[in-house]
Design a protein around this ligand. Structure first.
Ligand SMILES: Nc1ncnc2c1ncn2[C@@H]1O[C@H](COP(=O)(O)OP(=O)(O)O)[C@@H](O)[C@H]1O
Ligand SMILES: Cc1ncc(COP(=O)(O)O)c(N)n1
Length: 519
């Protein structure tokens, strides 16, 4: 089954709730390929229409031809037409290029009460309807069309009779929409030219955010009719989708008038929630591969690494862990509500309470203590001798300067993101190396990082950072993302450091990029 190619011929709404913009969203929401020809440029928002500019109809025809000369059109939805000239131009084009599905939403008046169709244009609509499969008037539009079809204006017909008259006059299906009725349900009635009726009912949603309901419904129906080849199925699927879009409307917060419906409501509910920290982790995928493949870790895993090189690495690791331990203690203090890095500022994720509280504080404190123990035990045992007094290597110093900047940023969330790669990269390296066979020269180091407890700590640190990211402002979340990425780059540089040719500048790329951090 191919994706239906659906053309919307409509006016615009720069706030994206109605008109062509809504049509394209509704088409996309039903897995159609949306195209758009503009009939009128409308300066409008959720409060109403400010002005309408109808471009020359010759240009409208050029737009229509540009599409039909090139693309097979499976369905067309026609919305706001504005003037009689526009109605005639679209009708002429349709006569020559009629696609299998034609839906006309006879837009006359916006929800706001503004006129969107000249009075003389309404009279020209009949010829267009005769080329359509389905017409979708609301109550007021139905009354105008019934009059056009010859109904007496003195004694108005019932909606059903009006719909039957319109349907038989132009040999077209009519979906008489009941959005403006009152009562617990919003019922639309599909009437055929022979007078048969099918009612589509939905609970009435209590909201003033109904901007674009008619546009969206007709575009959804056009797309679904192109796919299913059946009008009852098309309306039956579109109607609950529209109800869900209305139910989501208040959550959108677009504009202060009659806001738009939420075209994405149904799709969003079906989308998997991707944790922010997973997005960051995927972003550093190539860095992780380079880390795992770097000469130092390959030598460590297969046991060929020079013991002295390893001792040099551990000397730097001790320098690193001493500072890292302080930063973890800072996070513990901040989570407990004391004077940590977040205490400086009241805004941001930490202020919102995310990633805070006694459990978070206990976690960071335990991690800090674990770090101190690690530095003492493993490292001191191995370091006895040659490298105990090694000065801090520039790569190590730069990594630590990066962590310090994160600590000084005033955001515990940024610092937590900056310390996270040390957990995650080591846990990943540990899992990748697996367990060392008996007698492996680096068995103790491998056991420490492959430890299940360490993997659990990494997962808990990730969970806390995730909480902080969820509560952060977008700007702060961006600073967290950059802090995380930069730390992951420094992790790679740190592993490359022991085998780097002196002066070759391990981590030079990171140092250059560092300038942009935490802006
Ligand atoms: N408050 C509501 N709750 C549920 N459905 C509604 C509500 N308002 C409108 N609808 C539905 O939205 C669609 C558009 O209807 P309507 O508002 O009558 O047309 P228009 O947007 O062209 O004025 C119809 O399916 C109608 O039943
Ligand atoms: C360009 C354009 N087309 C149609 C409507 C009607 O939409 P609604 O009646 O749902 O507000 C609109 N406001 N603007």
């Amino acid at each position: 089954m191919t994706v239906p190619r659906v053309l919307a011929v409509a006016g615009t709404d720069p706030t994206g709730g109605a008109g062509l913009q809504a049509d394209l969203k509704a088409i996309a929401a039903h897995d159609g390929y949306g195209m758009g020809v503009v009939t009128a440029l409308v300066a409008q928002n959720t409060h109403g229409v400010r002005s309408v500019h109808v471009p020359d109809v010759a240009f409208l025809r050029e737009q229509l031809d540009a599409v039909s000369d090139d693309v097979v059109i499976d369905a067309v939805k026609i919305g706001m037409l504005g003037t009689a000239d526009v109605v005639r131009t679209v009708t002429d084009w349709l006569r020559e290029h009629r696609p299998p599905v034609v839906v006309v939403d006879p837009v006359m008046v916006a929800t706001s009460g503004d006129r969107l169709l000249d009075e003389d244009a309404a009279a020209a609509m009949g010829t267009l309807f005769a080329l359509a499969d389905l017409v979708t008037p609301n109550r007021a539009e139905l009354a105008v069309l019934a009059e056009l079809a010859g109904a007496p204006s003195r004694a108005p017909l019932s909606s059903l009779d009006a719909a039957r008259l319109v349907a038989s006059t132009w040999d077209v299906l009519v979906l008489a929409k009941g959005g403006h009725d009152e009562g617990p349900t919003a019922d639309d009635v599909l009437v055929s030219p022979s007078g048969s009726v099918r009612r589509f009912t939905a609970p009435r949603v209590t909201t003033t955010n109904t901007h674009g309901t008619g546009c969206s419904l007709s575009s959804a129906i056009a797309t679904l009719a192109a796919r299913h080849g059946d009008w009852e199925l098309a309306v039956g699927v579109a109607k609950p989708w529209l109800t869900a879009a209305l139910q989501g409307a208040d959550g959108l917060q677009v504009g202060s008038g009659n806001g738009p419906i939420d075209h994405g409501a149904v799709i969003r509910a079906a989308l998997p929630v991707v944790p922010t920290t997973d997005v960051w982790w995927d972003d550093v995928g190539s860095l992780l591969r380079s880390t795992i493949e770097c000469g130092f870790l390959v030598g460590l895993r297969d046991g060929t690494l020079d013991a002295d090189v390893f001792a040099g690495y551990l000397a730097q690791d001790v320098h690193y862990l001493r500072a890292y331990e302080r930063h973890l203690a800072g996070l513990a203090a901040s989570a407990a509500g004391g004077r940590g890095p977040a205490a400086a500022g009241t805004a941001g994720a930490a202020a919102a309470g995310a990633g805070r509280g006694p459990a978070a504080a206990a976690f960071w404190a335990a991690a800090s203590e674990g770090c101190a123990a690690e530095a003492r035990d493993l490292h001191h045992r191995r370091l006895a001798g040659t490298h105990a007094d090694d000065p801090v290597h520039p790569t190590c110093a730069e990594y630590l300067a990066h962590l310090q900047r994160a600590a000084d940023s005033g955001s515990a969330a940024v610092l937590a993101a900056a310390v996270l790669p040390c957990f995650r990269v080591y846990a990943r390296v540990g899992a990748q190396i697996g367990t060392a066979p008996d007698g492996h020269p680096f068995a103790d180091w491998i056991a420490a990082y492959g430890d299940a407890g360490f993997a659990a700590s990494s997962a808990e640190a990730t969970r806390l950072v995730e909480e902080m990211a969820a509560a952060a402002t977008p700007a702060e979340r961006g600073r967290m993302a950059r802090a995380f990425r930069r730390s992951t780059e420094w992790e790679l540089a740190f592993f490359e450091m022991p085998l780097a040719v002196p002066g070759a500048g391990a981590g030079a790329g990171v140092i250059a990029a560092e300038a942009s951090l935490l802006r």
